[in-house]
Design a protein around this ligand. Structure first.
Ligand code: DGL
Length: 272
């Protein structure tokens, strides 16, 4: 791994910017190239085979156009459906967000009862269930697909009453389902990188005894650990950041501006 090469970050849309922000915070010397497949999102409603194909195309695009030393799949759906397959034929090392997310949830839960909020495909893949049970075979895991959230967030409605109502519909059953004690789960994991944008509603409805965690911090830590242990941390004095989207550049730019409080240029690319 050559140290000054960038870290590639991939998501189906803007959600992975929440992971990018954490990477930039924890690894300020690292250059990044972010690719969002805005034109073909949401991935969460697609078939696994399609997500494997798109993820493979994205990794190939990053390899050709950015020469990254490492790629972060900053998308739970792509990680859940494609990481294992794509990793096998990729020359670039890849880190996903599911394992770091599972680790974050297990460090937060005291009653060993975790609720996973994720896209339909992530829930169907069982990836979180397996990752959590690998780390703690006794942990209780309740999974909830939340298909309305990504479209609302991408439509700029993350702070709306509509978002609050959708979150209530998804979160309320996890707090009561089969519960001997209330709330049923003591930790909610944001198993989709878009959901930090509706964290406010999830915290409001979960209430004070429920912890809400995401995979951004633990993923950035995992990246730092891997780079450090391979002597591959950048020694550059400054870092470059590129953001590339496959469509809807202006909306992308607006969200990026809101998240980073800086104006970023969004380049356009086509994946094939
Ligand atoms: N941000 C993606 C994830 O983490 C999902 C968005 C989508 O459905 O495309 O799962």
């Amino acid at each position: 791994m050559s140290n000054e090469r960038p870290i590639g970050v991939f998501d189906s849309g803007v959600g992975g910017l929440s992971v990018l922000r954490e990477l930039r915070k924890q690894l300020p010397g690292e250059s990044t190239v972010y690719l969002g497949d805005e034109a073909r999102m949401p991935y969460g409603e697609r078939e696994a085979a399609e997500v494997v194909l798109f993820t493979r195309q994205a990794i190939r695009w990053l390899a050709r156009n950015a020469d990254p030393k490492l790629v972060v799949l900053a998308c739970n759906t792509a990680t859940a459906a494609a990481l294992e397959v794509v990793r096998e034929d990729s020359a670039v090392p890849i880190i996903g967000v599911v394992r770091p997310g599972a680790a974050a949830a297990l460090s937060a839960t005291s009653r060993r009862a975790v609720g996973i909020l994720a896209t339909r495909l992530t829930v169907r893949s069982g990836a979180y269930y397996r990752a959590l049970r690998d780390l703690d075979p006794l942990v209780d895991v309740l999974q909830q697909p939340c298909p309305k959230l990504v479209p609302l967030i991408e439509a700029g409605k993350a702070r709306s009453d509509e978002a609050r109502a959708a979150v209530r519909e998804y979160v309320a059953p996890l707090l009561t389902e089969g519960a001997v004690v209330a709330p049923g789960v003591d930790t909610l994991l944001l198993g989709c990188t878009h959901y930090p944008l509706v964290r406010w509603a999830i915290e409001e409805i979960g209430g004070p005894s429920v912890r809400v965690v995401d995979s951004a911090t633990t993923t950035a830590l995992a990246v730092r650990e891997v780079l450090a242990s391979h002597g591959a941390l950048s020694r550059a004095a400054s870092a470059d950041h590129r953001i590339v989207a496959t469509g809807a550049r202006e909306r992308f730019r607006a969200v990026a501006r809101a998240m980073f409080t800086e104006d970023v240029e969004v380049e356009e690319a086509a994946l094939a």
